[in-house]
Design a protein around this ligand. Sequence first.
Ligand code: SF4
Ligand code: F3S
Ligand code: FES
Length: 237
Amino acid sequence: MDDKVKVSLRIFRFNPETDKKSHFDKFELTVDKNERVLDMLEHIKGYFDGSLSFRRSCAHGVCGSDAMRINGRNYLACKALIKDVGTNITVEPISGLPVIKDLIVDMEPFFEHYRSVLPYFINDDPEPLQERLQSPEQRERFDDTTKCILCACCTTSCPSFWANDKYVGPAAIVAAHRFIYDSRDQAAAERLKILNEQFGVYRCHTIFNCTVACPREIQITEAIGDVKKAIATGKIE
Ligand code: SF4
Ligand code: F3S
Ligand code: FES
């Protein structure tokens, strides 16, 4: 069976050293419909235009570095198959972060929000001689939010973040959730205080774009709901 299809690609281009404003370049390729958008970008960079700039590392949905907007929706380019996104494809950088070049954005504002929620284990008790025990049920409580690969697909698809980039954003809340609900951690109250501030969880209006965009299928809106409830009730359940 012939799985080859003709694909027309429009790619966002911006070079701050030479361009006053951005534009789109068009490319036509014949590829297997099971190929990924990342394969096409690699092909274009390798054979047509070596100056095309984008991030990638693992090429297998693990590192989170190739988030981009494909036909108006955030994906990891290495997980976006032609047969799923269609043969007329527009590729743009993720929205709401400054573009450095072509599909590369400055991730620093995203990581600044991430760092603000204390995304690491905090426990001031003397170190135990053996591991800190936790029941399977206690571990299960935050299992979903351990899966985050910090790709930013969620935060950069959130209209509340587009409206105000001071909003801490869904990825940072997911990171906070992972530790707030860890029975071994002791800094939940501090994180909830941070997330109860002006640009914290209440900037979320339950729009769900984040959950739809997440390549790890994390139930982000539900996790944000957990955190809102913990703030409102003072209980972490
Ligand atoms: Fe990416 Fe999902 Fe983590 Fe958001 S929660 S940064 S979409 S993996
Ligand atoms: Fe934004 Fe997700 Fe809330 S898209 S508004 S963070 S549910
Ligand atoms: Fe690593 Fe796509 S290149 S997630």
